[in-house]
Design a protein around this ligand. Sequence first.
Ligand code: PRT
Ligand code: MG
Length: 213
Amino acid sequence: MTLTIALSKGRIFEETLPLLAAAGIEPAEAPESSRKLIIGTNRPDVQLVIVRASDVPTYVQYGAADLGIAGRDVLIEHGGAGLYQPLDLNIAKCKMMVAVENGFDYDAAVKHGARLKIATKYPQIAREHFAAKGVHVDIIKLYGSMELAPLVGLADAIVDLVSTGSTLKANNLQAVEHIIDISSRLVVNQAALKLKYDTIQPVLDAFAGAVSQ
Ligand code: PRT
Ligand code: MG
């Protein structure tokens, strides 16, 4: 039985390589330089499928992939249906933050009960955060470049991921609130875990042993 693992290109792929190596899995080629969406490995029974980061939970939920690696941000927005999430891999770490243009008095706006326009790729996380604070918001869903929204008057604030902070800085924005810490997790299709237990469990064990704290 073939084991299929869903991964996204870029930081998650790069940071997953050592974990795969610990499980004795080496990709046959690099997704950045290949146009192939299905990548073989040194193990004839293991293949990788390369999908958009936000699509990883969907492939695993429907069993098109047995395993996948996805950010906590992506998993919260997806909802997690049909997914077993046994392991925080402690990779692709960043923070979900509220950010505003320099000079915008966020605390005063919140204090005065202003209705805030929030641009984000993460409507679920944003909605929960502001509901818990009792702040009324209009969520404006974007698919990228959230940093632009406050600069052109589309939104008062953004909810986005921050790692080094240099993207905010380059766009005259500042973080004003921390929402949650983000890292990537291993997700497993629940039916596959039963059907392919003998193949999947050793991979889970190898990943668990290789996670750095
Ligand atoms: O790019 P694409 O639209 O295909 O999807 P994606 O952006 O979801 O994928 P990718 O590969 O960029 O991110 C995959 C996962 O990595 C995310 O789901 C997060 O869990 C995690 N991650 C970790 C990050 C970052 N760090 C990060 N810094 N995802 C995105 N960013 C972006 C952020 O959105 C902002 O635009 O990087 C920019 C900020 O970085 P700094 O260093 O300037 O603060
Ligand atoms: Mg990206």
